[in-house]
Each structure stands twice: as structure tokens, then as C-alpha cells.
Design a protein around this ligand. Sequence first.
Ligand code: NAD
Length: 290
Amino acid sequence: MTRIAFIGLGNMGGGMAANLAARRHEVAAFDLSADALARAADAGCRIADSAADAARAADAVVTMLPAGQHVEAVYREILGSLAPGAVLIDCSTIDVATARTIAALAREQGLEAVDAPVSGGIAAAAAGTLTFMVGGSADGFARARPILADMGKAVIHAGDHGAGQAAKICNNMILGATMLVTCEAFALAEKLGLDAQAFYDVASVSSGQSWSMTSYCPVPGVGPETPADRDYRGGFAAALMLKDLKLAQEAAATAGARTPMGALAEQSYAAFVAGEGHAALDFSAIIKTL
Ligand code: NAD
């Protein structure tokens, strides 16, 4: 049993905190939303009055917050309240630079922090089947791993501080770009008179195959069941894909990397998300615009 402060109990964090409580950890939970707190209480968490209150006496802190500015603000608030030896685990998807800033702030206090963003959506968070990609020291990883293993099916040490976030945004840049071109290929095939199922049968066993094609096909009724079969409801929201593509572009600009395909994917998703009612649709719904 570990005393865990869990901050950020939204779509993802709510399920993750519930899994930690179900594994008999003592979870002190905090969120700005009263509804989120009520759900956490139902799941067996103790409700804290503030992030600092949750963090006091914790062996570990897990954060699952919207973006870098929220994560940095919370850690700046709680760093002074933490017990010596506590490990800080940020599972949010944020920019690499902020992940490294948090690690440096923690180290000034003699604490270890890791960035541990996730692959897998709300269903995987609820089921405890997330994949975690972790950036941090060997010691930080060793201490974070058992806690992450209680919320997921795989925990991978990607490298030093920031490497988890780097792996996440590079992976999602591939995902955004391959989804976009997969949608374009289905749209082109249709205009050329090629049946979608026939195209799938060819491409899914040919060199055009990708996860976007065979695990997440954007065409209804083709391939395994996907959000396309539910009118693009549920799944991975286009607004979140845009967020990750923006993080990849910011990182590329900072690092001096050329990512023309990633830039095009970001522009395409920005245009799509600006459309009425599009932001919450699954990201494969971009096929509707082609
Ligand atoms: P969400 O908006 O549902 O939850 C965020 C929660 O943080 C909210 O409940 C909000 O009230 C709370 N919050 C914000 N500021 C706070 C503060 N200062 N103190 C305490 N609580 C605060 O978002 P989500 O979908 O759970 O995503 C969380 C993170 O996970 C994001 O970084 C997102 O990019 C990443 N992610 C999401 C998915 C997904 O499918 N939803 C998948 C992978 C990664």
C-alpha cells in the first residue's frame, strides 16, 4: 500500500485514480471540479481540500492535467509540502521543456520526478490497460514503475527527463499524418470507382498498411469496429490530436528539426477542429472533409 496524491480526475485521471484505489493504495484526490471529486469519492479515494493537502505525507504524486501550464502550476504549489523521498509522476501530455523544468524544480528539493504520458484513451484508463512511456532517472523509473503498472499493461523507460513526452508526441505525429493520408487514400479510391472494402482488402496486406488502416479504419463498415461505425463518437477527440500535433511542431521548432508532414497534419487538423461540432469528434472524422 502506497500513499498516493492524485491530482486531475477528469476523463482519464478519474479511471486511473479508481484503479489505484481498487489496488488498495491510499489515494488522496484533488480536482477543481466538484463532480470529478464526487466520482473519486465513490471510487474509494479520500477527497483533499487542495493539491497541497493531497500531497502532504504522500509517497507519490500522480498528475493528469490538461496542459503544461496546469502541471507546472500544481507542482510549484505542492513542492514545499512533499515528504522527503516522494516521487512525482506526471501522466499528462505536455511539452518536453516543461517536463524538464519540473524535473529540475523537483531535484532542487531533493525529489525525483518522471514524465509518464500514456497511450490509450478513456476506456483504457478505466480498464487499467494504458501504456506508459517514461522519462526520468533509473531511480525515478524504478520507484514510479509499480504505481504505473497498477494502471496499465505496459511501462516503458524511454530515457532521461522529457523522453516520455518526446516519445508521445513523435508517436502521435505519425498517427496524425498516417490517419490523414489513409483518409485521403480512401477518398481518392472512391473517386476512382474503387470499392472501399476492396481497397481495404488490398492495402491492409500491402505496403500501405498502418495502424490507422487496420486497427482504426476511418470508413464505416470496413475493418474492425472503430469510431467510424459510431458516427465518429467516442474514441480520440480531434481537439486532442490537434493539441499533440501542436506540441510536436513546437518541439520541432525548438529542436531545429524539419517536420513538413507533421506541419501539414497540424494545419489540416486545425482547419478541421475549427469546423462546427468537429472538436469532440474522433480524429478519423477528418475523412468527412475530403
Ligand atoms: P480532462 O479535461 O477530462 O481532465 C483534466 C482534469 O484536470 C479536469 O477534471 C480539471 O478539472 C482538472 N484540473 C485542471 N486544472 C487543475 C488544477 N489546477 N488542480 C486540480 N485539477 C485541475 O482531460 P483528460 O481527457 O482526462 O486528459 C488529461 C491529460 O491526458 C491531457 O494532458 C490529455 O492530453 C492526456 N490524454 C488524454 C487522452 C484521452 O483520450 N482523453 C488520451 C491520452 C492522453
